[in-house]
Design a protein around this ligand. Structure first.
Ligand SMILES: Nc1ncnc2c1ncn2[C@@H]1O[C@H](COP(=O)(O)OP(=O)(O)OP(=O)(O)O)[C@@H](O)[C@H]1O
Ligand SMILES: [Mg+2]
Length: 257
């Protein structure tokens, strides 16, 4: 199963992606988390040590790997077809909760340098993962741009995270519309940082006008915010917000069965 987590900047995508991934892994499911944000911080959310963080080279920035996969004997010509299974083995990092993490990074379009080989590796890797048997969770870049690039094209589930801010709701509605046009089988809204009945109402109202189901309402949770401030990984804490994420997991299972 492949789940993409989308939404406006700062709505809680990374927290939700990381927590969902850890919960699947703790059930014994092989889980791969992909940090598809150009400014990646999923590794930090998983609580990887500084030493491990420093060892991560995002795939799109790993020049030797890209060359090894795509280089030919002809200048300006690169391979489009190559195996990627070994990339998952060699480039993923094991998180403390047992999730294999892959960081995609930013494809640099530098001056005259062609960014195509890097794109090609990232695209091939993602489409390969999309046909695998594991649970794959993609923590997407904020906003709607990634929908145009097709990074989340073949996912089974798109979770659109929003809080009650008007700007978040407007972005969420746009994502829902585009994802629907793109033919994603299951699209659902996740309300986050729900403070009171008013914030809940805002989110539920938008869901009903966009005709999209609400998969979960995650409460505002001071412990999660505090964990971030103190540099503690929030993904394995047992708090009201992480309990709501386990409700979300069950909702997904029910909706797909
Ligand atoms: N339910 C919640 N209650 C309290 N704080 C939360 C909750 N969900 C997320 N946060 C906090 O909100 C902040 C933003 O969350 P997060 O980084 O997951 O958002 P994001 O959507 O991934 O942001 P970006 O678009 O920058 O990648 C973090 O400090 C996180 O700890
Ligand atoms: Mg994020």
């Amino acid at each position: 199963m492949k789940i993409a987590v989308t939404g406006k900047g700062g709505v809680g995508k990374t927290f939700i992606s990381g927590t969902l991934a850890c919960q699947y892994a703790s059930e014994g499911t092989r889980t791969i988390a992909i940090d598809a944000d150009t400014s990646p911080n999923l590794a930090l959310t998983f609580g990887l040590t500084q030493e491990k963080l420093e060892k991560i080279t995002p795939i799109a920035e790993n020049i030797p790997l890209i060359e090894e996969k795509t280089k030919t004997d002809f200048p300006g010509v690169f391979k489009l077809v190559f195996p990627v299974d070994d990339i998952i083995q060699s480039q993923s990092v094991m998180t403390p909760c047992g999730v294999s993490l892959l960081v995609m990074g930013t494809v640099q379009a530098m001056g005259s340098g062609c960014a195509c080989p890097a794109y090609s590796v990232v695209r091939t890797l993602i489409s390969h993962l999309m046909t695998s048997d594991e649970v794959v969770i993609l923590d997407m870049e904020a906003g709607i741009e990634h929908l145009g690039r097709g990074t989340a094209e073949h996912v089974d589930v798109m979770l659109v995270v929003t809080d009650a801010h008007q700007a978040s709701l407007v972005t969420a509605e746009r994502i829902v519309r585009l994802a629907r046009d793109g033919g994603i089988p299951l699209i659902a809204l996740v309300g986050n940082r729900v403070l009171d009945s008013e914030t809940k109402e805002q989110i539920v109202r938008m869901a009903s006008s966009a005709q999209v189901p609400v998969a979960a309402l995650i409460p505002y949770d001071g412990e999660i915010l505090n964990a971030g401030i103190r540099g503690i990984s929030p993904v394995t804490l047992t708090t009201p917000a992480t309990r709501a994420i386990s409700v979300l997991r069950h909702w997904i299972e029910g909706a797909l069965s």
